[in-house]
Write a protein that binds this ligand. Structure first.
Ligand code: NAD
Length: 307
């Protein structure tokens, strides 16, 4: 059974490493030339909780030839459609395509390239970083929750849960994964763009009264739009979850801070706060905080001339 990781940055390397380390047939696909070259020449280096180096195949998506049994999508949201176009030749009748990206609405893009019966959607709270090309920083523990979009795909999705568990990735089949996807989007929506804009850690943002109130207002907008979209969310429970996550991540600069401030790369804001800013007005819900946050991030991208 061949598994491709389509988008092998930080978290893609974590999943690729775990699968390869447990003897699974896994191939990394990526488009970052120096990263590909580093892994091809020196292997994938792991630092953090363990220090390791593993030989693992990595190539450009267009170079891969074997039809996939499973493709795990791990691009940034704005790279997803391009990646799907580059891997259509790997997608056969029975190929399962699993999306664990942060953000909302990725299934709408995937449906253009993959039949509904083969799409698996989910969320992971594993984390990872990159120390540089070819080196992943893996710390802490996490989990994966997945669901087949179509009832006919449930058995196969449960086999994928088993594959992930054999690789130490702590996966569960979830009969209704969307509330968990939205819960994580609330955490990202409250802290990611805001910390990037204010150039601060999660703890610094939540530690100020104004920051805390902004996080609360953003979370309220996410929950209202989620509820109106048919997602079962409990605002008090979600707010408590967002606060708890802010305490656990108090010393961290979220990934959008790293993308925007540190690396001057485009952000995923259109797939997090931007979704709420777009959907809210369509549903008759006011979403001024998410609109402003999205506009400010794009303004900062423009100031930094990020494309
Ligand atoms: P990433 O930025 O590390 O990698 C995404 C893609 O960008 C990869 O193809 C990678 O090779 C490329 N890339 C990375 N740095 C680059 C650079 N400097 N120049 C050129 N290309 C570069 O993203 P990620 O953290 O692996 O996240 C992928 C998806 O998974 C996102 O939707 C993210 O929100 C989500 N996610 C991430 C984590 C995490 O802890 N990293 C956890 C859960 C979900």
């Amino acid at each position: 059974m061949v598994t491709y990781i389509a988008g092998s940055g930080a978290i893609g390397c974590r999943f690729g490493y775990s699968l390869a380390k447990n003897g699974k047939d896994v191939v990394l696909l990526d488009n970052w030339d120096v990263h590909i070259k580093a892994i091809q020449e020196n292997g994938l280096k792991i630092v953090g909780d363990v220090e390791d180096t593993i030989q693992i195949p990595i190539m450009y998506p267009t170079e891969a030839t074997r039809e996939a049994d499973l493709i795990i999508l791990f691009t940034k949201s704005m790279q997803l459609e391009n990646m799907l176009q580059e891997i259509t030749h790997l997608i056969g009748e029975g190929t399962k395509v699993m999306c664990l990206l942060n953000g909302l609405g990725h299934e709408d893009i995937i449906r253009k390239y993959v039949p509904e019966k083969n799409i698996i959607i989910g969320v992971t709270i594993w984390t990872a970083g990159l120390a540089g090309p070819g080196t992943a920083i893996l710390k802490g523990k996490g989990s994966v929750n997945i669901q087949s979009l179509d009832e006919s795909g449930v058995e196969k999705a449960k086999e994928i849960v088993q594959l992930l568990n054999e690789s130490g990735l702590n996966a569960t089949y979830d009969e209704n994964v969307f509330p968990s996807i939205w819960r994580k989007a609330c955490v990202n929506g409250a802290s990611n763009a805001t910390c990037a804009l204010l150039d601060c850690t999660v703890g610094e943002f939540f530690g100020s009264e104004n920051g805390f109130n902004i996080a609360r207002a953003i979370t309220h907008e996410f929950v209202q739009v989620g509820l109106a979209s048919g997602i079962a969310l409990d605002e008090a429970e979600i707010m408590a979850y967002v606060e708890e996550a802010s305490i656990k991540a108090a010393h961290h600069y979220p990934s959008m801070h790293q993308d925007l401030v540190k690396n001057h790369r485009p952000t995923e804001v259109d797939y997090i706060n931007g979704v709420i800013a777009r959907k809210g007005p369509q549903l008759g819900i006011k979403t001024p905080y998410c609109q402003m946050i999205t506009d400010l991030v794009h303004a900062k991208e423009a100031v930094l001339a990020i494309r």
